[in-house]
Design a binder for this molecule. Structure first.
Ligand SMILES: Cc1cc2nc3c(=O)[nH]c(=O)nc-3n(C[C@H](O)[C@H](O)[C@H](O)COP(=O)(O)O)c2cc1C
Length: 161
């Protein structure tokens, strides 16, 4: 089985998650969609990962899905998102990903996210400061990377063999 993990990340969390997932799927190719537009013809399984910002997936992930939707409908697909508010995952999915792609995907997961402040840009630091304050006020743990969800997606993919 030839697997592509195609991700778009702003501040490395999604990239880290793509790499953690890749360790569990030996032989998978991992591609940064901000740098490369991979041809998916060589793959029978395509996993798409994106960070969420202001409720949206990264434009590079959106473009990749838009450009390849017909082909994606013919291969195994899986989707993961990294975000600060995992409880909103369904809202983010429905808002950003074509329903027919969601319906056919063999695995859909939220891999959690990180609320680190550095090395975000100044505007990002301000947003994250507010978010962190809100987390503290509501005595809520900061979101972190969800290793269980990563393992679950790897299991779902390996079952396809
Ligand atoms: C400017 C900014 C906006 C964000 N907007 C959202 C959002 O709307 N919803 C959410 O759940 N998380 C939001 N987050 C949190 C990120 O999704 C989280 O930090 C994630 O780990 C980022 O992934 P990345 O490091 O791959 O870019 C935002 C973060 C930043 C810096």
């Amino acid at each position: 089985m030839k697997i592509l993990i195609a991700y778009a990340s702003n501040n490395d969390t999604t990239q880290m998650c793509a790499e953690l997932l890749g360790e569990k799927l030996p032989g998978a190719d991992i591609v940064n969609l901000r740098r490369t537009k991979p041809a998916i013809d060589d793959y029978d399984t395509v996993i798409i990962g994106s960070c969420i910002r202001f409720n949206d997936v990264h434009n590079a992930a959106k473009d990749f899905i838009g450009d390849n939707l017909d082909k994606l409908m013919k291969v195994n697909t899986a989707i993961f998102l990294c975000c600060g508010f995992p409880e909103k995952i369904n809202q983010y999915l429905l808002h950003n990903i074509p329903k027919k792609l969601l319906d056919k995907s063999v695995s859909i997961q939220c891999f959690g996210g990180r609320l680190k402040v550095k090395p975000y840009k100044l505007v990002d630091q301000l947003v994250m400061k507010i978010v962190k304050k809100n987390f503290k006020v509501s005595k809520r743990e900061f979101t972190s990377i969800d290793n269980e969800s990563i393992s679950k997606m790897a299991e779902d993919i390996l079952k396809l063999k």
